[in-house]
Design a protein around this ligand. Structure first.
Ligand code: ZN
Length: 656
């Protein structure tokens, strides 16, 4: 492990907290040290209050901040003397500890100080750095882990047995640190948890962390336990309906829809097919830091009921020893190891599934290296239970409140690069869905840069391209709950007697046949949607009220309308609802070029301006108006409606 320190970069971080912010970010960049909000750092500064009285302030990483991107505002300033004294109390409950930290924070609006704040306070050094380094975990979670740690570091580190984070751990360190620390001590190893380094200088504290972790890495290398290959496993070919079925079953066990992210790259597939996978994966996690996101262990294969039964047993066994009564959260796994699918990671958001995948990728390294040292030793069940059902974590869950209406669900939108399609992507993302956008325009890939969006360039008249897009969508999000058929073309105006055969054909191909192909590709997935599938078809006012010169368009949209109606009849038995929106006068779309607009206006003997608001309400209809209705049609408001056709057109005289 190399130091990432760079003088020029460091110089950009000014102010009293500058060096603290910089070296925290350096730690955060190294994913084998800290992952996703894990780890924490602090600095002790002398500051004057408004009366000119000087006191020591501990700036400690606040919860909700990620080390890689932390800023000065991400550190919570707490009264050092007071917080340090807390460690001398005989006991302190976790909620009490959180209360004391919050009421001794010196800046209104500061984030909640880390639950490891007291630990930072009791260490006498100005800078304190804490990570959950993979290499140190591999060693401490192997046979004779503690002895190995002592052999590697000698009197350089203080060694603390495993105790859950919070007051008890801090109190133990407060007792053990002065007892064990020699004048050579530059760090502290918490077995099955992580490592601390400290110094009077920010750079030195950071470099010491790198040095301590490097010693662990060198030890693993010397023991031939560093680069552990897995036997190559041929990729079995992605089975998207198997993945969607698994997501369906896991969501049912959880009681709410979950996304599922599948990864069958050689590392995950190799681990899932490891001869000893049952033993090495079922022990438990590498560090308590992971339990909340991953649950204690992955499911093996796809036996969701079996996993739930085992989880109930684990709960019953451990809940008896808990001080407070606990209620079971849910019995669904948060990851599965499957010999065909590789790793499947479950979560309510795409960010969560990405985190589970990354955590487990590191866990695989930690496990395989510990195995090479003689055998992987995971955290015991009673410890993982304490973390999973920790008061503080339960309080966080309660605080998180009600999730958005489409949390854990997946929407697919065709023709999503612009106009109504793009507005639909926004409407569904805004309601918490993960969204797959398809479009012929390659710009679709980068339309939004966020983990819950996947943009795929796809020609919807190409069956193979649709299949590939569906595979990519299910690999990323696990299935499909909602489908918006929006892609379409508006051919140039032609009188019936003059219609060009090619123009007629392309209207039918894009506006009818492409939608049929997408429906066919999606049916099996929609059937497996945890809360039943929903389809919204973007039709047209031209279906009930066709326009002069628009025969190809009107006929193709009418055919699509009939297709949707028949699908609503046939798919009702699968619980799938199909409703149609008939928009009109939506001019902020790619269809409505200036040319088309002028030609349509002319067909009605109107000016462009008159044509824009040519409806009963004399109003303009926007893409967003249509998209919001499309999203609502997939929500609870339309839960009992299928086969409906709803206009969004400002009112059409002939139809009212
Ligand atoms: Zn920690």
């Amino acid at each position: 492990m190399k130091s990432r320190w760079n003088d020029a970069e460091a110089a950009q971080f000014t102010g009293a907290l500058g060096p603290r912010v910089y070296t925290s970010r350096l730690l955060g960049r190294d994913k084998s040290l800290v992952l996703h909000g894990g780890g924490n750092t602090s600095v002790k500064l002398r500051e004057k209050d408004l009366f000119g009285e000087e006191g020591e302030v501990l700036y400690v990483k606040g919860s909700g901040w990620d080390m890689e991107t932390i800023e000065a505002a991400g550190f919570a300033p707490v009264k050092l003397d007071y917080v340090r004294r807390l460690a001398s109390l005989p006991s302190l409950s976790d909620p009490q500890m959180v209360n004391e930290l919050a009421t001794h924070t010196l800046r209104a609006g500061a984030p909640a100080p880390s639950v490891e704040t007291i630990l930072h306070a009791i260490l006498p050094h100005k800078y304190v750095d804490h990570t959950h380094a993979d290499a140190v975990l591999s060693i401490s979670n192997s046979p004779d882990g503690e002895q190995r740690v002592r052999d590697i570091y000698g009197d350089k580190v203080v060694v603390i047995p495993y105790i859950m984070a919070g007051f008890d751990l801090a109190a133990c360190c407060a007792r053990e640190f002065p007892r064990q620390a020699s004048k050579n001590a530059v760090g502290m190893v918490l077995l099955s948890h992580g490592v601390f380094s400290f110094s009077a200088d920010a750079r030195e504290s950071y470099e010491l962390m790198i040095e301590l972790v490097s010693l662990a890495e060198k030890y693993l290398q010397a023991k031939k336990a560093w680069s552990i290959g897995l036997p190559p496993a041929p990729a079995p070919g992605f089975q998207r309906e198997a993945a969607a079925k698994l997501r369906h079953d896991v969501s049912a066990a959880a009681g709410f829809p979950l996304l599922c992210r599948c990864n069958d790259t050689p590392r995950f597939l190799g681990f899932a097919r490891h001869a000893d996978v049952a033993r090495i994966s079922q022990g438990g996690p590498a560090t308590p830091d992971h339990v909340i996101r991953t649950k204690p262990r992955p499911m093996l294969g796809r036996d969701v009921a079996g996993f739930g039964a085992a989880y109930r047993e684990y709960f019953a066994r451990n809940a008896k020893q808990a001080r407070e009564p606990k209620t079971i959260l849910d019995v669904a796994p948060r990851m599965a190891l499957d010999p065909e699918l590789g790793l499947a990671a479950f979560g309510r958001t795409a960010k969560d599934t990405g985190i589970v995948e990354e955590l487990y990728e590191h866990t695989i390294d930690v496990i395989l290296r510990a195995e090479a040292l003689g055998g992987w030793r995971a955290l015991e069940d009673r410890h993982t239970f304490d973390i999973e059902y920790w008061d503080l974590e339960q309080a966080k869950l309660k605080k998180a409140g009600k999730p958005p209406v489409f949390a854990g669900e997946v929407a697919l939108v065709t023709g999503a690069a612009s106009g109504i399609g793009k507005a639909c992507v926004e409407a569904f993302l805004g309601r918490g869905a993960a969204v797959v956008g398809l479009d012929r325009n390659p710009a679709i890939a980068t339309l939004f840069a966020r983990p819950d969006y996947l943009g795929l360039a796809c020609d919807l008249v190409d069956v193979a391209a649709i299949q590939a897009a569906m595979d990519a969508a299910v690999r990323r999000f696990g299935g499909l709950d909602m489908l918006v058929l929006n892609a379409g073309i508006f051919p140039a105006s032609q009188a019936v007697k003059d219609i060009d055969a090619q123009l007629w054909k392309s209207a039918m191909t894009v506006n009818v046949e492409a939608n049929l192909l997408v429906l066919q590709a999606c049916h099996g997935l929609l059937k497996l949607a945890p809360r039943a599938g929903r389809v919204v078809v973007i039709g047209s006012k031209n279906v009930p009220a066709p326009g002069i010169g628009a025969a190809a368009y009107s006929a193709s949209k009418a055919a699509l309308n009939q297709l949707a109606r028949v699908a609503a009849l046939e798919w009702a038995r699968d619980g799938i609802r199909i409703n149609t929106i008939h928009p009109n006068a939506v001019y902020d779309t790619a269809l409505w070029t200036e040319e088309v607009l002028a030609s349509r206006a002319k067909a009605y003997n109107l000016t462009v301006e008159q044509y824009r608001k040519n409806n009963l309400l004399k109003t303009e209809v926007s893409s967003k108006d249509v998209a919001e209705l499309a999203a609502e049609m997939c929500g609870p408001l339309f839960a009992k409606t299928t086969g409906a056709q709803v206009p969004v057109d400002g009112g059409t005289e002939k139809l009212v």
